[in-house]
Write a protein that binds this ligand. Structure first.
Ligand code: HEC
Ligand code: HEC
Ligand code: HEC
Ligand code: HEC
Ligand code: HEC
Ligand code: HEC
Ligand code: HEC
Ligand code: HEC
Ligand code: HEC
Length: 580
């Protein structure tokens, strides 16, 4: 069923079907997390910085592999290593080694292994033997046989592989991408259950750069590997619910134990296969474990990028069938759309994407009340065959369309990424590219200032700093890099010294710099519009000139008068002297 070459590899995505754990407490029990090898303290030096970032801001993985599978455990971390200097340099694979190991978060949660601990912690059956075939489930589904704790690509492993629950051995990033100048750990098989058996969708890994000759640690950074298994298919596909009504000729089953979330989910998964078989003459119930993407192409499972093959050629894509079909459904009682076009997050995307508990939409925009539909449009827009799943996505430039001098729409920042129809939702393109991605390139693959990845200075998609959900651990990396969360704006994170300049990120000048404070006059006189772009057409201050931290600046050149600015103050020129 699966063309193996096709299936492997990249995989990202937000959706999945939990089974072993279910809500609340995973397998329960107390794992020996205190015994896990301690990675020691974070290393901060003045010679290097580690930038590290998850590509998507959320990955989904099924926990159960015996019925059907949407996505395997497969996380992706990228890392750029900066050698600090007056001209910072991004290091390559001959200059530095990069590895990761698990680290505790502020609540003490640590996730160093995806293996089960007999009688205590149940994480997944991914690597277990399928009694029906005698093979492992991972082999039945993907045709590969990695050992427990090893993922589907390049042998990327969990740090506990050799001695789960005690070892925490640094694992090397498996390759270096010389175009992007980043190290890649593609396919870390992490699951959202920590070593104590508790659900945690935001586990931390410490990424370290070491000198290849001496083994000395040059710098490190704590980064989240977000992963969730929260999909609520059972809300509708459990027997008796709207998608499995009691009065149906199809033999929908009830859970063995109505109080056990895993049992409820297993029954719902059975019912989904029964429904699919009934509608389309497939025999999925007899072919478990089923990989949906075997017949419905998903770019998330096609790293080689070879495109649909075999049965995938005859069927719509996974994104197309899931969003398109569900998006058209109506409630038999009310006749209203089951997933309302303009519905809330809970009524629509959070029915399957994580979710009501996980709250994957946690970054600067999510925190400001912007929802999936404001960027992606409705279910029908996502499921439309006018777009290519995984490629035609919203863009930062769709709302950040320029600066105070030149932008689209009424505001510097818009709050909707499209201006056609919610059921089409074509991402807007900006004319002023100050805050844009690289042409025809997704945010996660774009590079900005000095070839630093956008995600290196802003964090992952859906988790753009500053992060609203503190428990998600995302802000930690920004704080380690510059002392506060938000976009990486402190030039000193990477530069040891700088001439006065307007050539920083997006045309930014020196920040928190006495030199700039005293000597910006010439820059203004040479090009007043350069200042108006962020400080406003009347130099009144805008959201683009807000202080990123509390600051003390000088108001005149003999230093007698200073001004204290709270974090978030829009800097207007009138704060310190008459507007020029
Ligand atoms: C809000 C309710 C709801 C949720 C949540 C939901 N579904 Fe459905 N689904 C439905 C309804 C209603 C149908 C149509 C049932 C029918 O045709 O009798 C359906 C149909 C399906 C079908 C059969 C489509 C066909 O006609 O072949 C599949 C497969 C399916 N859903 C999978 C899933 C999966 C997987 C999830 C979780 C990731 C999920 N659904 C979540 C309501 C839901
Ligand atoms: C053996 C191949 C095969 C597998 C495996 C498979 N499907 Fe399908 N699926 C089909 C065919 C054939 C159709 C009908 C033609 C079409 O719409 O693509 C279909 C239709 C659907 C539809 C309805 C599409 C629509 O627009 O009406 C949904 C939803 C769906 N599949 C979901 C799933 C899910 C979820 C899984 C995994 C549990 C899955 N499929 C596994 C072959 C398959
Ligand atoms: C019924 C379950 C379900 C609901 C509801 C749902 N999704 Fe999805 N979504 C999925 C599945 C399954 C995938 C994985 C598809 C794949 O593997 O290619 C997915 C993948 C995606 C993708 C990545 C693939 C692509 O098409 O680019 C986007 C974007 C997405 N969903 C957006 C949304 C948005 C926005 C909403 C709410 C309007 C939503 N989804 C609601 C099940 C759902
Ligand atoms: C502020 C805008 C914004 C909001 C809100 C938003 N997304 Fe996205 N989404 C994006 C952008 C931009 C991308 C492309 C990112 C990339 O891969 O470079 C994307 C991509 C995706 C992808 C494909 C994986 C990826 O990262 O490329 C999925 C799945 C997805 N979004 C689901 C959702 C869901 C579900 C929600 C709501 C819970 C949501 N998005 C809310 C902007 C948004
Ligand atoms: C739907 C429109 C929309 C899209 C798409 C969008 N943003 Fe935003 N963004 C906003 C709005 C509106 C705000 C102001 C939020 C507020 O009021 O706190 C904002 C704020 C920000 C901020 C400032 C946060 C702060 O408080 O300092 C950053 C940085 C940012 N966005 C980066 C991005 C990046 C990177 C992308 C692409 C991955 C993106 N945005 C995509 C609308 C959008
Ligand atoms: C070296 C660090 C750095 C890199 C790399 C970087 N940015 Fe930024 N970005 C910043 C800073 C600093 C700001 C805040 C500027 C301000 O407040 O005027 C910012 C602000 C933004 C904003 C928000 C503007 C607003 O309305 O507040 C967006 C959108 C954005 N960047 C997108 C990108 C994209 C897309 C890339 C990659 C092509 C990128 N950035 C690369 C540092 C960076
Ligand atoms: C995350 C690291 C990082 C941060 C933060 C950063 N830079 Fe840079 N910067 C670089 C790198 C890397 C280069 C490229 C050096 C080269 O050309 O090889 C660079 C180059 C420069 C250059 C020379 C290249 C040119 O375009 O003229 C200037 C000027 C500069 N940065 C200014 C700034 C300013 C101002 C800030 C703060 C607002 C800043 N940088 C923040 C990494 C950074
Ligand atoms: C890309 C956006 C951007 C542009 C362009 C820009 N500024 Fe700023 N400016 C800011 C931000 C953001 C701050 C607040 C920085 C902080 O303290 O966190 C700031 C702060 C300042 C300050 C107070 C801090 C200090 O160091 O004295 C002065 C003075 C200033 N800007 C002058 C100028 C002048 C003059 C120009 C034009 C030559 C200019 N700015 C262009 C974004 C910008
Ligand atoms: C944090 C305080 C501060 C802010 C904000 C500030 N300046 Fe200044 N500015 C100074 C200082 C200090 C001097 C040099 C000493 C002096 O002349 O008093 C100066 C001098 C100047 C001068 C030359 C003397 C004059 O008054 O004509 C110009 C022009 C100027 N600034 C333009 C700007 C512009 C444009 C902005 C806003 C984009 C700005 N400044 C924002 C502190 C500030």
């Amino acid at each position: 069923m699966n063309n193996i070459n096709n299936i492997l590899i990249t995989l990202f995505i937000l959706l999945a079907i939990p089974a072993c754990g279910g809500g609340g407490g995973g397998g329960g029990g107390d794992g020996d997390d205190d015994n896990v090898g301690d990675p020691g303290a974070i290393v901060i030096t003045d010679t290097h910085q580690v930038l590290a970032f998850n590509d998507l801001g959320m990955h989904c993985a099924d926990l159960d592999y015996s019925t059907f599978v949407i996505l395997p455990p497969f996380n992706v971390v990228h890392s750029q290593i900066i050698e600090r200097g007056s001209i910072p340099r991004i290091q390559n694979i001959s200059e530095v080694n990069v590895s990761y190991r698990a680290v505790k978060d502020a609540t003490g949660s640590i996730n160093s292994t995806s293996q089960n601990q007999a009688g205590a912690v149940e994480k997944t059956n991914f690597w277990d033997i399928n009694p029906d075939t005698g093979n492992t489930y991972v082999f039945d589904l993907f045709g590969l046989n990695p050992p427990p704790d090893e993922g589907l690509a390049f042998g990327q492993r969990m740090p506990g592989i050799l001695n789960p629950y005690t070892a925490n051995d640094p694992q090397p990033f498996n390759h270096f991408d010389s175009d992007k100048e980043w190290f890649a750990a593609d396919g870390v098989p992490i699951l959202p259950i920590d070593n104590a058996g508790q659900l945690n969708a935001y586990p931390l890994m410490r990424v370290s750069a070491t000198n290849p000759d001496t083994g000395k640690t040059l710098a490190s950074l704590d980064v989240v590997l977000p992963v969730a298994s929260e999909a609520d298919c059972q809300n509708c596909h459990a027997a008796g619910e709207v998608a499995a009504p009691a009065a149906s000729p199809i033999d929908f089953i009830l859970p063995d134990d109505i109080n056990d979330p895993n049992s409820v989910l297993q029954a719902a998964k059975h019912n989904i296969l029964a429904l699919h078989d009934d509608k389309h003459g497939t025999r999925l119930l007899n072919e478990t474990p089923v990989l949906c993407a075997g017949c419905h192409y998903s770019a998330a499972l096609d790293l080689a990028g070879t495109g649909p093959a075999g049965e995938q050629l005859d069927n719509d894509t996974m994104s197309g069938v899931m969003h398109g079909h569900h998006g058209q459904l109506t409630d038999p009682d009310t006749g209203e759309r089951l997933f309302p076009t303009d519905g809330t997050l809970e009524e629509t995307c959070y029915q399957c994407h994580p979710g009501k508990v996980t709250k994957c939409l946690r970054g600067a925009m999510g925190g400001a009340g912007i929802e999936c539909k404001d960027c992606h449009g409705s279910m029908l827009a996502v499921g439309s065959n006018m777009r290519v799943p995984w490629v035609d996505e919203p863009r930062c430039e769709s709302c950040h369309t320029g600066d105070a001098v030149s932008h689209l729409g009424d505001d510097i920042r818009l709050s909707q990424a499209w201006d056609d129809d919610i059921n089409i939702a074509t991402p807007r393109l900006a004319a002023n590219k100050r805050f844009s991605e690289n042409n025809n390139t997704l945010y996660r693959n774009s590079l900005g200032h000095g070839n630093v990845a956008c995600e290196g200075c802003h964090g992952s998609t859906h988790a753009i700093w500053p992060n609203a959900l503190a428990s998600a651990n995302d802000n930690l990396a920004a704080i380690q890099l510059q002392g506060h969360t938000g976009s990486i704006i402190e030039c000193s994170t990477c530069h040891t010294s700088l001439p006065l300049t307007l050539n920083g990120p997006h045309g930014m000048h020196n920040v928190n710099s006495t030199g700039w404070n005293l000597e910006h006059e010439d820059f203004y006189e040479k090009n007043p519009n350069a200042c108006r772009a962020c400080h406003g057409t009347n130099l009144e201050g805008t959201e683009l000139s807000r202080t990123a931290a509390e600051r003390d600046y000088l108001r005149d050149d003999d230093g007698d008068r200073t001004i204290h600015l709270a974090k978030g103050t829009p800097v207007s020129c009138g704060l310190c002297h008459e507007k020029p």
